[in-house]
Ligand binder design. Structure first.
Ligand SMILES: [Zn+2]
Length: 452
């Protein structure tokens, strides 16, 4: 749960200040400035409530169109939930806002002629702000025996996660990336642009021209697809945005019948999107999750990528976090050479026993389910522990199994410990002999019992 109390403040930008005073700590890290404008018009920005910025424009006779730039802090204590932000005029009508595909916290507001006053605000999503359970909620201990059970940070004995992403549905994903990933036994996430070729466009994505090959990959079931929008060219209206996200999602669902509809969405760098709606609206409507930030770009042009990945992976392993990396085209003379691609995969391989290398949706599901889960003791005796797992996510969409790990009390240690599902069937423990059990991500009651 986010709680934020911003100081009440007023910040007036006169023409002369517009460029120099773009950063205003008084607005809780929010920056407001004119976009490419040097004229008499001024504006006043105030934030009297959290995640609510009121802006008043004084045109001072200015007749040309005006555009304001609003940048919301996306990290730290004052971070705004950028995906939930919309802009409304005095009458409550939502205004069209322009954003870059991967920086939803930066808003460009072309002001309609009759609008001089508006509010930039985060709106609470229909299901409420995401609330995470605590570490304490996710573990139980029987005071008498000392037996403990907790929901593992990551599946089985993995201590961190890694996703390997490929953007723009390039032919080398089929010819190079997938065969090489299969050599290593790794799963990749392919951010595809499934839209048909448009007249006048130079874009040519392999998803359309090599549809049968992509279909075969998805039949094999060892790779994941994600949404990179239909055409990688942005959208200029709510309807177009709906099509760019919705038709791409539909095309992917067609190749994954019967599977969870959840997928990663990244609208693509260098694209511009104009919508009056929050990104959350589209995410929720199409079962997408935002995957636009926090990933290490692996294009050779950035330099020293293999070492950068080694460093990133080490730090994610140390902190037990999800490490994300992404590629464009694989092959010599392309964005990443095959040698560099293999060198990074070799590093991942060295850590394979501790690292969950999986699709982005798999990892996102595990994280989300775990953050929505609690354990509670139902009853105990000397030889058994009955407990309830409560999972708040929808098991149709969030279907990644959870791992429960048990620490047996000292006097149970030499004896056989079994875990039973609600039907009384034994759940196999991990093959490494540890007391880890994989369970479906839905609310149920389990029994752990030790042999006499
Ligand atoms: Zn892209």
């Amino acid at each position: 749960m986010r709680t934020l109390f911003l100081p009440v403040s007023v910040f007036v930008f006169a023409m002369a200040m517009a460029s120099s005073a773009a950063q205003s700590p008084d607005l809780g890290g929010v920056k407001v400035s004119w976009n490419r404008y040097n004229g008499p018009a001024t504006f006043t920005a105030t934030n009297s409530e959290s995640f609510k910025l009121r802006v008043q424009v004084d045109r001072q006779g200015e007749a040309q169109p005006l555009t304001l730039r609003v940048e919301l802090p996306n990290t730290g204590r004052n971070a705004w939930p950028a995906n939930d932000v919309e802009v409304r005029d005095e009458a409550g009508a939502a205004l069209l806002v322009q954003r870059s595909g991967i920086e939803w916290e930066k808003l460009l507001l072309p002001l309609p002629e009759n609008v001089n006053s508006f509010v930039v605000q985060a709106v609470e999503p229909p299901g409420g702000w995401p609330k995470s359970t605590s570490e304490k909620d996710r573990g139980i201990q029987d005071a008498a025996s000392g037996a403990r059970v907790r929901i593992a940070n990551w599946p089985h004995r993995r201590i961190a996660a890694l996703s390997i992403r490929f953007d723009d549905s390039h032919p080398t994903h089929l010819s190079k990336a997938i065969p090489i990933l299969r050599e290593y036994g790794f799963k990749g996430t392919f951010m595809v642009n499934p839209g048909p070729k448009e007249p006048g466009s130079r874009q040519n994505f392999s998803f359309e021209t090599q549809h049968a090959e992509w279909e075969a990959v998805m039949k094999q079931g060892d790779m994941e697809l994600a949404n990179h929008s239909a055409h990688h060219r942005g959208a200029r209206s709510d309807a177009e945005m709906e099509l760019e996200i919705g038709s791409a999602a539909e095309a992917i669902w067609k190749l994954t019948p019967g599977r969870s509809k959840l997928m990663a969405l990244n609208l693509g760098g260098g694209t511009r999107w104009e919508t009056s709606r929050t990104l959350r609206y589209y995410l929720d409507k199409y079962h997408q999750f935002d995957a636009s930030s926090g990933s290490l770009g692996m294009d050779d042009s950035y330099g020293g990528r293999v070492e950068a990945f080694r460093k990133a992976l080490t730090s994610h392993l140390e902190r037990g976090l999800w490490c994300r990396m992404h590629y464009h085209y694989i092959g010599d003379g392309l964005s990443s050479s095959e040698a560099n691609f293999r060198a990074a995969l070799d590093i991942a391989k060295q850590h394979q026993d501790k690292l969950w290398i999986a699709g982005m949706a798999d990892i996102y599901k595990y994280q989300t389910e775990r953050n929505a889960s609690k354990l509670a003791i139902v009853k105990t005796d000397e030889r058994s522990l009955t407990f309830q797992l409560a999972v708040a996510t929808d098991a149709k969409i969030y279907d990644q199994p959870l791992t429960l790990e048990m620490e047996a009390p000292a006097d149970w240690k030499s004896r056989q410990v079994v875990m039973l599902d609600p039907q009384g069937a034994q759940i196999p423990s991990d093959a490494d002999g540890s007391l880890r059990f994989e369970v479906p991500p839905r609310s149920s009651t389990f029994v752990i019992r030790v042999a006499p």
